[in-house]
Design a protein. Structure first.
Length: 188
């Protein structure tokens, strides 16, 4: 219970900063039809509702280490995951988008976190989601985290099909060289 408040501040602060930073994105040159994105957005919404409900009403506690230590580790993991998202976003600069897009003057970023995984933002959020769900383990939080992570898999697959069409062989080569979400795990 000690770390519920910091987690309750961490996520809204991250979300607000994420929305505000959307202003620096460059114009969109191309994107798939909006209908192709509805599925993953529905999973994100359902997952977020379940996680929030579990977080604010759940009574479970993860206690596999002495009192307070488990919560501290989970909080550090959540902060680290969200830190990775900002590292990746800053590295992308104006090429970032919350939707699947090709930006004007789009190029493949292969440095920084993008040299480790192709989708470091999804990987970082996934780590933070898992840490948050484990803070108060309950079926709603765990299912909510799983739904959101599943939405990332759906989204990155759509994004990669789109970028393969838009950017061609260079993106295909990048896919072969760098893991999708988990470093060094080259499963496609």
């Amino acid at each position: 219970m000690i770390y519920s408040l910091p987690f309750g501040v961490l996520w809204p602060a991250w979300a607000l900063s994420w929305v505000v930073a959307a202003r620096w994105a460059s114009p969109v040159a191309a994107r798939p039809r909006a209908q192709q994105e509805w599925g993953y957005w529905a999973l994100v919404a359902a997952g977020a509702v379940l996680m929030a409900a579990n977080f604010w009403t759940g009574t479970g506690r993860m206690e596999w280490l002495p009192f307070g230590t488990t919560e501290q580790i989970l909080f550090v993991l959540a902060v680290a995951g969200l830190g990775v998202t900002w590292w990746a976003r800053l590295h992308l600069g104006v090429l970032w988008s919350g939707r699947v897009t090709r930006k004007e003057h789009h190029r493949i970023i292969k440095t920084g976190p993008y040299a480790i995984v192709r989708h470091p933002i999804y990987a970082g959020i996934s780590l933070a989601l898992i840490a948050t769900a484990l803070l108060r383990p309950g079926w709603a939080g765990l299912v909510g985290a799983a739904l959101i992570i599943a939405s990332f898999v759906i989204k990155y697959r759509l994004e990669e099909r789109f970028l393969m069409q838009e950017l061609g062989p260079e993106y295909a080569h990048y896919r072969k060289e760098v893991a999708a979400l988990v470093p060094f795990f080259t499963g496609r």
